[in-house]
Write a protein that binds this ligand. Structure first.
Ligand code: ADP
Ligand code: MG
Length: 208
């Protein structure tokens, strides 16, 4: 079960991961974008990681909403509003709970990924963060229905996100800045799919 402290640990772990990998994310974005994804993510998640020490949150929903709003206002680029929406939408299904289990998290992750689609209109195969998020959500659902533990569901989702990330390499981008490159976007892993995989691995490391 994941309580408020666990969600705060997730955000801290996500911040540490994107900060550690900032140069890699920026290199990926330099190849098919404008080379700011690592700095954007490290700045935004770094700011989010400070929230827990600054404010007493009444619950998981209030905390995740603040994280979402903070991401919108600090990450910038295309990814800021998309990750912001992901965390804002994640919050709502967790409103009534102080300890989220697999079923509640499945609902929340699905809502988060749907928020990314509502905002960015990406489909699987467009070479975006959604290529990591969509298989993660589907795999989490499957693992939940199979009655697996929260830890197992989260690790299965993180593994699926990593596979989805790797699968973006040969694709031609159809959304975002990378799509301006057309065929030349093929042969590179998508930066947003890479950061999404890091965020999901951080969840697997902390939420259960
Ligand atoms: P920008 O492209 O504005 O510089 P970032 O570099 O921070 O923004 O983020 C780029 C990432 O955002 C891409 O790698 C991709 O995964 C994601 N992205 C861009 N557009 C979309 C979209 N419409 N839907 C989903 N993800 C998107
Ligand atoms: Mg960029």
């Amino acid at each position: 079960m994941a309580d408020l402290t666990a969600f705060q640990s997730w955000v801290a772990a996500a911040a540490a991961a994107v900060t550690d990998q900032a140069e890699h994310l920026t290199d990926l974005d330099r190849a098919i974008g404008d080379g700011d994804h690592g700095t954007n993510m490290a700045r935004g998640f770094g700011r989010c990681a400070e929230l827990a020490g600054e404010e007493q949150f009444t619950g998981i929903e209030a905390y995740l909403k603040k994280v979402g709003m903070t991401l919108v206002s600090t990450v910038g680029g295309a990814a800021g509003p998309l990750y912001g929406t992901f965390f804002l939408r994640l919050a709502a299904p967790l409103g009534a709970t102080t300890d989220a289990g697999p079923l509640e998290l499945a609902q929340a992750l699905r809502a988060g990924a749907e928020g990314v689609v509502a905002r960015g209109k990406a489909e699987v195969g467009d070479k975006t963060m959604y290529d990591a998020l969509a298989p993660a959500v589907a795999t989490f659902d499957e693992a939940t229905r199979a009655g697996r533990s929260l830890a197992d569901c989260l690790q299965a989702a993180a593994d699926a996100a990593a596979q989805g990330r790797d699968a973006t390499e040969p694709l031609v981008a159809r959304k975002g800045r990378a799509s301006y490159l057309g065929e030349r976007s093929a042969g590179h892993v998508d930066p947003g799919a890479s950061s999404a995989a890091l965020i999901l691995q951080a969840a697997a490391d902390t939420l259960a």
